[in-house]
Design a protein around this ligand. Structure first.
Ligand code: GLC
Length: 475
């Protein structure tokens, strides 16, 4: 049982003593939430550079786009200044065409061995790249409006937060405009990703069919040296087969000066309408509409975009047979059959109808992901009953805090409190047991990848409702 001492904030006592789920998880140790809060803040302090927060030292020494959004969501509870700096620094790397890049490179630390670095990307060959700072030439899922909205909602200094919102609103609008203008050539209200890294779920089994089709000739194989495996165990990282293709794609974009028309027209081998990216975009439109309302601007265009994308997701990306959402491989003109946790995340954007949500739930609440009445950890990234599932390997099975956070919030829209509660407890349990890891084994909860991972710490602070806790303590 998780037990809570008397001086715990009431919410946590309530949250940590739901006997139903405690029993399912088999909790035995006592969780000192305050100790975990302190540790989470220490992780963020350690990764804070003065300008932005690294996902972690060593393996990821620069600023990553969706990481920074999740990190800002955590800071919004207790350090508004850092949350604001985080987002401002990220947007200082925004391209002229509106793209928010996957990486803004850390110019203060040229000592890192990160690959591919600025000399490999060479994004200055694009007229759209900013001169300063240096960035990569791809993007990541659009959670920026969501982060800004949560910052507005949680910030202590409302005036300052509103100033930031006024500054970032046109930039986020330009980012969404870019996606619909340049990543939706068929005008389907669905945007494509052109690299597995753009999906944020680098080596998900969902990409296997596309990567396998990329049959590289010897002369197409890029010449490079991986550095990720110097920092963490090779067994928990993508294979060389995948990496060759990741790097081949970077070469492909650079050879075309990152010109989107050329990349599409020349037949870029990886073009996917990803279910997670499009769901997050749909939600980001709704969140931008709320920000527009907050600032006294016209919210309608963003609502309209959200509705159109929701409709397109329902029309094109729903798998009626299996009751889950899936991605679409534009090059092969066919659906991708892999079933990942991302296939449930249209819930986060309120996309499924109640009947589809029921079907999703019938699948989620089974041994394929996590059946509440059996002992399991919330919630693996990939269907555990499928052959491709690998409990240790990055996005091929392990539990990630960010996807669980999205699912947790998605369930709010559909009244699944018991499952929601379970996810929250399981996150606390995993962190208490193993620390703030990048990802966790669904089999035994062990932490994998890098230690002291920023978004695990930041989203933990958000999911436990740190602001409420601290306000209470002040009273
Ligand atoms: C990995 C993850 C990606 C994350 C990045 C930095 O590439 O797959 O989602 O943004 O690391 O943490």
């Amino acid at each position: 049982m998780i037990t809570a001492s008397n001086d715990y904030p009431k919410e946590i006592v309530l949250m940590a003593s739901n006997e139903e789920t405690d029993h399912i998880l088999g909790f035995e140790s006592s969780t000192d939430i305050k100790k975990l809060i302190k540790q989470a803040k220490e992780v963020l302090d350690k990764n804070w550079t003065g300008k932005f927060t690294k996902p972690t030292s060593g393996l990821y020494p620069h600023q990553w786009s969706w990481d920074s959004c999740f990190i800002a969501i955590g800071y919004a509870h207790y350090n508004q200044e850092r949350a604001e700096k985080e987002l401002r620094h990220l947007f200082s790397g925004q391209w002229n065409n509106g793209m928010v890049p996957q990486i803004v490179f850390n110019s203060d630390d040229e000592d890192t061995d990160y690959f591919p670095g600025t000399d490999f990307w060479q994004t200055s060959c694009s007229p759209n790249a900013p001169g300063e700072p240096d960035t990569s030439g791809i993007c990541q899922p659009p959670v920026h409006a969501t982060a800004l909205l949560l910052l507005l909602e949680n910030a202590k200094d409302a005036e300052k937060a509103e100033r930031l919102a006024r500054e970032l609103f046109p930039k986020i609008k330009a980012w969404h405009d870019y996606l619909y203008r340049e990543r939706d050539p068929l005008n389907e209200d669905l945007v494509y990703v052109r690299h597995p890294w753009e999906s944020g779920q680098d080596n998900s089994p969902v990409w296997d069919q596309v990567l396998k089709r990329m049959d590289l000739e010897e002369q197409d194989k890029p010449d490079y040296e991986r550095t990720d495996t110097k920092h963490v165990d090779t067994a928990v990282r993508p294979t060389d087969f995948s990496y060759d293709r990741y790097i081949y794609l970077v070469n492909y974009f650079r050879d075309r000066n990152y010109d989107e028309n050329e990349i599409y027209r020349d037949g870029c081998p990886f073009l996917v309408q990803d279910i997670l990216f499009n769901s997050l975009l749909c939600r980001a439109n709704r969140d931008l509409a709320r920000i527009a309302g907050w600032l006294g601007k016209d919210a309608l265009p963003f609502h309209e975009r959200a509705l159109k994308t929701a409709k397109a997701v329902n029309n094109k990306l729903w798998d009626e047979e299996d009751g889950i959402y899936i991605s679409y491989d534009l090059r092969a003109d066919q659906h991708i059959s892999g079933h990942s946790l991302a296939g449930f995340l249209p819930l986060y954007a309120h996309i499924p109808s109640p009947s589809r949500a029921r079907r999703l739930f019938d699948y989620l609440d089974t041994g394929s992901f996590c059946e509440l009445d059996e002992s399991c950890f919330a919630i693996p990234t990939y269907d555990r009953r499928r052959e491709e599932y690998t409990p240790k390997k990055y996005w091929r099975g392990p539990i990630w805090i960010n996807l669980n956070w999205l699912l947790y919030h998605g369930l709010t829209n559909y009244g699944r409190q018991r499952y929601q509660h379970y996810i929250k407890q399981s996150i606390i349990y995993l962190i208490n047991m193993s620390g703030f890891y990048e990802y966790y084994s669904p089999e035994n909860g062990d932490g994998y990848g890098s230690k002291d991972f920023s978004w695990s710490a930041a989203l933990f602070l958000d999911i436990i409702g740190l602001k409420r806790i601290e306000l209470k303590d002040e009273m």
